[in-house]
Design a protein around this ligand. Sequence first.
Ligand SMILES: [Zn+2]
Ligand SMILES: [Zn+2]
Length: 394
Amino acid sequence: MSFMPVDPDIAALTAELTETRRAIHRHPELGFREVHTAALVAQRLRSLGLAVREGVAQTGVVGLLQGSRSGKTVLLRADMDALPMQEASGAEYASEIPGVMHACGHDAHTSMLLGAARVLVARRDRLAGNVKFVFQPAEEGPGGARPMIEAGVMQDPSVDLALGLHLINDFPVGSVALRPGPVMASMDTLEITVKGKGGHGALPHQAVDAIVVAAHVVMALQTIASREINPTMPVVVSLGTIHGGFRHNVIAPEVSLTGTVRTFDESLRKTFPERIERIVRQVCRAFRAEAEVRYEFGYPVTVNDHAMTSFARDIASEVVGAEHVRMMEAMMGSEDMAYFFQAVPGCFLFLGSSNPAKNLTAPHHSPQFDFDEACLPLGVQLWVRLVERALERH
Ligand SMILES: [Zn+2]
Ligand SMILES: [Zn+2]
């Protein structure tokens, strides 16, 4: 930590940040079931004297800090949910709940935002404006951001800009990564049913083989990315499951497929239902089968505002040094922080959290995932500096 100076009042929080993170890590909770985590968050925010709303979109919590003078309102967001997987990190603070694990760093996000709230309350005199601390459920799906927005989190007082912070084990502790414009992809889901006619494996002429038709559907869908879309625009159409059939000598009457569709362009995204439906239906028709296609829009593209990103980049340079701030590639993963940015300009930043020297390099969502806790006070420093500067700037 010595290479990264933080303010003394933030450095003094280091033990508390680690303890909070570990307490949450030991008791991970799945999306919309973050009952204990939410209670911990609400209790902490209340003890700081903040106005607290609980039960926002089921388990969401919002704390409001009003600065000493009036001004803009900044929304800071942390997600609280864990993943349905068994931890194998071997850490002494590993999950005590079988089959549930904080494998994405949301325990850190929650701890850092609580730390930022503590520091900003103590520095309230410096703030011209308000800070909304948003602790969101179910980021890993089905998504807590949208229902929180529908529950009025952007109003009263109305939010002017939004910021989000996510750990990233692709980069070492002590670094910050960001990118203006689209930074994370949209994520839509696809469900296809190919309906043929079952029969005896020896008598294909009396049947319509749903497996053969589905095989053509799978191949034809590959032509969306390779033949229909401008190759300079990144697109993913991945089929993740395929199920059908009963026995080696029985022709399957029906095959079901599911998949994910991702892109960085909202107008391109809107064209996917037509493209997929057309290809699936026409291929099925060619082979005398029928098709059902369900296309469901999920998280939008996460788009960082250009001005906010260059602002965040300046602050990050102050906190970790310009040489440790990197311009990152956009990622095909997705984030429901995107919904906040549809309402107001903002920036989603990534805080480096790996440390090869301590063997903390496992990727997010892996059973071995863990990170260097030295990132925690740095994250708080980043939050605090962003807010102080945003509320003096505007
Ligand atoms: Zn995740
Ligand atoms: Zn995450």
